[in-house]
Design a protein around this ligand. Structure first.
Ligand code: IMJ
Length: 256
């Protein structure tokens, strides 16, 4: 089978470790022949990320804290210096204060609400604005979301509201960037044991429930999230924009 992403340059934000969904996506993109540009939260993570992605075709690793406009500008400048179009962006970032996930949503302080919105939702808008001018051959922007945006999931709280904002941002960005043949979509992944999920109270019980209830009777494999990202990034996804695609073993359709 021919490789689906041969000749494409993909910017991937959000690889923290080998359990990250962004790592599984980078691995699948690599398998399909893409070249990768990667970001890490701070310079101290650069070496670890280089080790982790040793076997992939990596054009470079740039530190980028998405709450700092100057770091997003520096990312733009670095990508611009590569002298070739960016074809794909994967946004796989989120953060909320741990205390705000644990407490009742009604108790969410203003500061925690705004922080979750800034890191988890506004960052997609900021990255799209910085990178879209470099997507001169059209392209695909992909973000990661979760069911807690449209349903009340225990302990998800302030992140659920941030993901609702992220999904609405996906649609408005798709509206704006469609005329430039840039597609914008979100993948809503089922629960996966990543670093940001392991920190969550009772996460194991969630992973125990899904195989009993979901139509496919199993949990979500990061590799199937990654293959959906390959589809969206490739020409196969050319007619799809502004969508939220559920890759969750069907869990989302269940009423009980
Ligand atoms: C997170 C919290 C509560 C329930 C959860 C999750 N479920 C899942 C997640 C059921 C699947 C993971 N998820 C989808 C997230 O978006 C996680 C975001 C997150 C996690 C942390 C933990 C550590 C921390 N801040 C965080 N910010 C965002 O300090």
């Amino acid at each position: 089978m021919p490789k689906l992403l041969e000749g494409k340059l993909a910017l991937v934000l959000g690889i923290a470790n080998k359990w990250s969904l962004a790592y599984a996506i980078a691995e699948a993109f690599s398998r399909e022949g893409a070249e990768l540009a990667l970001t890490c939260l701070a310079p101290k993570y650069k070496e670890g990320l280089a080790d982790l992605t040793r076997d992939f075709r990596v054009a470079g690793i740039v530190p980028c804290d998405v709450t700092k406009e100057e770091e997003i500008q520096a990312l733009h400048d670095w990508l611009s210096g590569l002298g070739r179009p960016v074809d794909v962006v994967v946004h796989s970032l989120a953060f909320a204060n741990r205390e705000d996930l644990a407490r009742d949503f009604v108790e969410t302080p203003r500061s925690g609400f705004l922080l979750a919105q800034e890191v988890s939702a506004y960052s997609l808008v900021a990255i799209a604005r910085a990178v879209a001018p470099l997507m001169t051959a059209g392209g695909s922007i992909i973000t990661l979301t979760y069911l807690g945006s449209i349903r009340v999931v225990p302990n998800y709280n302030v992140m659920g509201v941030a993901k609702a904002s992220l999904e609405a941002s996906t649609r408005y960005l798709a509206g704006d960037l469609g005329p430039r043949n840039i597609r914008v979509n979100a993948i809503s992944a089922g629960p996966v044991r990543t670093a940001s999920a392991r920190a969550v109270k009772d996460f194991s019980s969630i992973l125990d429930v899904v195989p009993k209830r979901a139509p496919l009777r199993r949990n979500t494999d990061p590799a199937e999230v990654a293959d959906t990202a390959v589809f969206l990034a490739s020409d196969l996804g050319r007619g799809v924009t502004g969508n939220v695609l559920f890759v969750d073993a069907g869990m989302q359709i269940m009423g009980l």
